[in-house]
Design a binder for this molecule. Structure first.
Ligand code: BGC
Length: 382
């Protein structure tokens, strides 16, 4: 009997841990040892740089040069692009920009094939097999599961096709294998530790007096996570809170749940958390903007007002989120530079096609977005 009670208690504790996950910290994979440095150096200045460098002009300017470098024959090269899920808002911006940029660099539209993995690794693996059978000249892959990277790399390298991973970073051991074997494989992405830190800093910058609505000297928050397998989700969860504690603030996690990057799931999670914890919730951290938009719906339905009796931050700088930041209905977001990432991925693919090598990790900076610069970022992404 006693045994049964203990086991029931254990089960209950485990379920509670799965549901709340509060206080958990991410494993430390990643090749980017320089997160702290990047974080310290990055902020507001990067806004100007990114703005200056970003979209179409650069593409147009370099198109001829790139085509020349490839002996003018990029138009004959076939590119296969695997996206983990077309319905993902951020990956939609990414893939549209990637396609435009590839065309601007001299690839023929009909030689660029972009497929939807429908968030299913088996589906995506079949698509990769088809691209290999079709003898594409380069593959750009946003894996459904980063943990499948080893298998994917093996089959693509075996087929003699260069490979550019995007957005979902394989682990350190996998990246080391590329380097050790001198394979034509690379990863393009941003260091999610920086985005998490920026989220936390935006809350810190408001000041304890503003954020600590119940005046107990502690910041009570809820966390809505993306896909738990994804290092972006792990790092944003960990580093957003770390920015608060690094600033000397005391924190209390009321709820930490997985919203799978999806607006509707986040709306439900935040509605439940607000129902359970009510006015105790001072800050809502969401690993991306899609979920922050869902959180905002829940916040408004609960009769709460962002900036007055609750604070909300996301990541990505989706147009809708930027409009909310401008309107004050979202505290802040972080620009996840899909221009830089898609251009770097295409440039790396072109280098491989031209017989050149790439670094094994190609990074980019995030940009903190508050009401101060949201309009500027919106003008750039629109
Ligand atoms: C973005 C998310 C997106 C995810 C997909 C992240 O970097 O911030 O919005 O859902 O990538 O892997």
């Amino acid at each position: 009997m006693k045994k049964k009670v203990i086991s029931l208690l254990l089960t209950a504790t485990m379920i509670a841990a799965m549901v709340t996950g509060c206080g958990g910290s991410a494993d430390t994979p990643a090749s980017t040892d320089s997160a702290a440095d990047t974080t310290a150096e990055a902020p507001a200045d990067t806004t100007a740089d990114t703005t200056a460098e970003a979209p179409a002009d650069t593409a147009a300017d370099t198109a001829d040069a790139a085509a020349d470098a490839a002996g003018g024959d990029l138009a004959d090269k076939k590119v296969g692009v695997c996206i983990y899920q077309f319905s993902d808002n951020f990956m939609t911006l990414f893939r549209e920009e990637l396609e435009n940029y590839l065309v601007s660099q001299g690839f023929a539209q009909e030689n660029i094939t972009i497929v939807d993995g429908a968030n299913d690794q088996a589906t995506q693996t079949g698509q990769i097999d088809n691209f290999i059978a079709d003898k594409v000249d380069v593959l750009i892959i946003n894996p459904v599961n980063s943990s499948s990277a080893e298998t994917i790399t093996d089959k693509v390298v075996e087929a003699g096709i260069p490979l550019v991973y995007i957005n979902r970073e394989p682990d350190e051991a996998e990246e080391q294998r590329w380097e050790d074997n001198g394979w034509n494989v690379t990863y393009v992405g941003c260091d999610a530790r920086q985005s998490g830190t920026f989220q936390g800093e935006m809350i810190v910058d408001l000041g304890l007096d503003t954020v600590d609505l119940n005046g107990d000297g502690v910041i009570q928050y809820i966390m809505v996570e993306g896909d738990p397998e994804n290092v972006d989700a792990q790092y944003r969860t960990e580093f957003s809170v770390k920015a608060l504690t690094d600033a000397g603030l005391e924190v209390e996690c009321l709820s930490d749940q997985v919203g799978n990057w999806q607006q509707a799931e986040a709306q439900q999670i935040v509605a439940n958390a607000l129902g359970q914890y009510g006015e105790d919730v001072e800050v809502v951290f969401c690993n991306n903007d899609a979920m922050a938009l869902g959180a905002l719906q829940a916040i408004e339905s609960a009769g709460r007002t962002v900036g007055t009796d609750i604070f909300l931050v996301g990541v990505d700088a989706l147009s809708e989120a930027l409009e909310d930041v401008i309107a004050g209905t979202m505290t802040g977001t972080v620009f996840n530079d899909h221009f830089s990432q898609s251009h770097s991925a295409a440039d790396a693919a072109i280098n491989f096609i031209n017989g050149e090598t790439n670094d094994y990790y190609i990074g980019c900076d995030y940009v903190k977005v508050t009401s101060d610069n949201a309009q500027e970022i919106l003008d750039m992404v629109k």
